[in-house]
Design a protein around this ligand. Sequence first.
Ligand SMILES: NC(=O)c1ccc[n+]([C@@H]2O[C@H](COP(=O)([O-])OP(=O)(O)OC[C@H]3O[C@@H](n4cnc5c(N)ncnc54)[C@H](O)[C@@H]3O)[C@@H](O)[C@H]2O)c1
Ligand SMILES: [Fe+2]
Length: 371
Amino acid sequence: MAQRVVEKVLSMRFDSPRTILHGGGCRNELPEQARAWGSKRLLVVTDAYLVQAGIVAPLIEQLKAADLEVRVFDQVQPDPTDANVEAGRTALLEFGADAIVAFGGGSSIDCAKAIRYLEGELPLFAVPTTAGTGSEATPVIVITDTVADVKRMTRDPKLMPDVAIVDYELSMSMPRALTAHVGVDTLTHGIEAYVSRKRHALSNLVARSCIERAGLYLRRAWADGSDREAREGMALAALAGGMAFGNASVALVHGMSRPLGALFHIPHGLSNAVLLPEVTRFSFRGAADHYAEVAAILGSDPEQEAFVAWLERLNADLEVPRLRDCCGNRRERFEALLPKMAMDALASGSPGNNPVVPEAEDIARIYLAAW
Ligand SMILES: NC(=O)c1ccc[n+]([C@@H]2O[C@H](COP(=O)([O-])OP(=O)(O)OC[C@H]3O[C@@H](n4cnc5c(N)ncnc54)[C@H](O)[C@@H]3O)[C@@H](O)[C@H]2O)c1
Ligand SMILES: [Fe+2]
């Protein structure tokens, strides 16, 4: 009997939340979503600043008005830690929550995703208030391991939020510097997904859309935070960027930015922004066609040096400082930590997706060039 040969089909997978709501005011549909998922007791995971600034209160009132039980856990630190996740998990168990609402920037959303991961099957509603990380639509978290002083990235389909509620109006209270930092993070997601060794046709689609919107709207949102069209454009860019890198991966910029966050406490978006030009200079030759396309989408000349200069100009226009300023000009400490930073960057796995896969010495050189 003839043997049937079963060929392995190389399939390319794309994951996203089951439901994505977007548009000004869509946050008002959270109670309805909660009801549709059969949720009655919601743990809202957020940070203390958003509570103090009065940004969380309207959400809580609205949930209560819809006869939902609510408890707020607001102990998420920027760059959340394993301890934040444990405290949130305790709050969840004490309250007996049957669903989680992640409300805030990437830090709050990642912490909520980690809590849900530990506690299994609860629905997770993610409501971003920064237009940056795209964490509302990724199966990825970054949690700081406080013992090893390392920011660890974990990827698992079970980390994907069930519902993303992307309401750009929530991002309008972001001050200028935050708008710049999270906005360059968004652009970096689009670029890294587009040049990643794991890119594919569908991730490219959303990566291009992210890059295009960031090009059109980041400067505008920075210059005038009340520019609704620009804020909405950046909220969608962030969402698209998350969907792009969540399916294609990030690369060397993110690999190198995590040690800066862990050791120098530089916010995530800022540490990416200061590295993006130099990492692009290093990586360009590995995906020259794709980088040229990115440059063209952004309105830059497509050659390597012209594009690097364009990215440097973007940082300058958005008043992004140099790496040395972010490290308090402590060059000696920085040099002493270079070997650890290079090893931690490599160990994160992201550099392996880069168009040019670096050695530890390359990474150290790039850190110094960005100084
Ligand atoms: N999971 C992912 O897919 C993913 C992707 C990229 C980054 N990250 C992680 O996300 C974290 C960074 O998130 P982030 O950049 O969104 O910042 P963040 O969540 O750390 O927030 C930064 C600060 O901005 C404040 N803030 C948030 N929204 C605001 C608003 N609308 N108005 C005024 N202030 C506001 C917060 O209270 C906080 O003080 C890092 O830990 C990073 O590693 C995760
Ligand atoms: Fe990022």
